[in-house]
Design a protein around this ligand. Structure first.
Ligand code: PHE
Length: 342
């Protein structure tokens, strides 16, 4: 019986040290220590022993059981540690490998030009206003003195949001004139309102169905066309250099009287005519004029007391001239190779 116990001990310890997972350990535990296990089998046959032999064998059997149990625990701990190590190995990150470089963006030339303009106007006492791109026809057209049958209201030019044509995507930033007067009410008013506008234009080198304008509005006592000229000249010289030449050309807008367009002499040919200015020698920059008395009345401002001027600058064009960009599509493509040149 002694040899039998010794054999069980040897076999069990051997098997346990070779076990490679916890299921196997469990099976070994049942095989050696379970109710029908090998050690139990030996203990059951102890009845046949003499009274002197029985305690000796009992002691020996308990020793074997303790040894097997100890080894079992040991093997379990070792397997757990091994599993953890394997897991760590599989999930290891090598922090010394260089990462994917992050592509940095670049400030858009249009934002640069806008910031320059904003800084200048803020220094002249203007407030910068923000307004909705989905606008009421009332603000975009009617209160700006634009007649019901005016061609700019046509469905082929304007994106309407509602079928009754009361809500639209603003076609200009000029409705911000109305919003500014409604909000501030009492002159003096000096505001700048940059933002997106929408028109049903095909995309080409100088057109896009979405573009940007900067609206300006000044209302006070005794404001004249001379103030308009001085303000715009200051802007253009700051943008394009002290030596830039501009001209005021008579024009018509329903919401200004008199109205004008302002051109800057072509930066490429200095007025001689070239492809950039389409042979004209001049490049159109903005529309402007003295605020129409009817528009003031529409906003409860007395045109007998107050007068004012307004202007609307095409921001893309301004940035294109400022940075000598020849195709408007480049402005919207956002190709980082293009943007990072400015
Ligand atoms: N809103 C006009 C346009 O889009 C520009 C403009 C603004 C003209 C303000 C006069 C006064 O063409």
């Amino acid at each position: 019986m002694k040899e039998q116990l010794e054999k069980i001990r040897q076999e069990a310890l051997d098997a346990l040290s070779k076990a490679s997972d916890t299921n196997e350990l469990d099976a070994l535990r049942v095989r050696f220590l379970g109710k029908k296990g090998e050690l139990t089998g030996v203990l059951k046959s102890m009845g046949k022993l003499s009274a002197e032999e029985r305690p000796v064998m009992g002691q020996a059997a308990n020793n074997v059981r303790a040894a097997i149990e100890e080894k079992l625990e040991e093997a379990k701990t070792a397997l757990k540690a091994k599993a953890l190590e394997a897991k760590l190995e599989a999930e290891a990150i090598d922090v010394t490998i260089p990462g994917d470089p992050v592509q940095l963006g670049h400030r858009h030339p249009m934002n640069k030009a806008l910031d320059e303009a904003k800084d200048l106007f803020i220094s002249m006492g203007f407030r910068v206003l923000d307004g909705p791109e989905v606008e009421l026809a009332d603000y975009n057209f009617t209160r700006l003195n634009i007649a019901e049958n005016h061609p700019s209201r046509d469905r082929s030019d304007t994106f309407y949001i509602t079928d009754d044509e009361k809500v639209l995507l603003r076609t200009q930033t000029s409705p911000m004139q109305i919003r500014a007067m409604d909000e501030i009410k009492k002159p003096p008013i000096r505001i700048l309102a940059p933002g997106r506008v929408y028109r049903k234009d095909e995309v080409d080198a100088t057109h896009s169905p979405m573009f940007h304008q900067i609206e300006g509005l000044v209302i006070d006592k005794g404001v004249t066309m001379a103030d308009l000229k001085g303000t715009l000249e200051t802007l253009i010289k700051a943008m394009y250099g002290e030596d830039s030449v501009i001209r005021f050309r008579p024009h018509h807008f329903p919401f200004t009287e008199p109205s004008c367009e302002v051109d800057v002499q072509c930066f490429k040919c200095r007025g001689a005519g070239c492809p950039t200015c389409k042979g004209e020698g001049w490049i159109e920059l903005l529309g402007a004029g003295m605020v129409h008395p009817k528009v003031l009345e529409n906003c409860d401002i007395d045109p007998e007391i107050y007068s004012g001027f307004a202007f609307g600058i095409g921001l893309e064009r301004m940035a294109m001239r400022r940075f000598k960009i020849s195709d408007m599509r480049m402005i919207f493509e956002n190709d980082i190779r293009f943007l990072s040149q400015f």
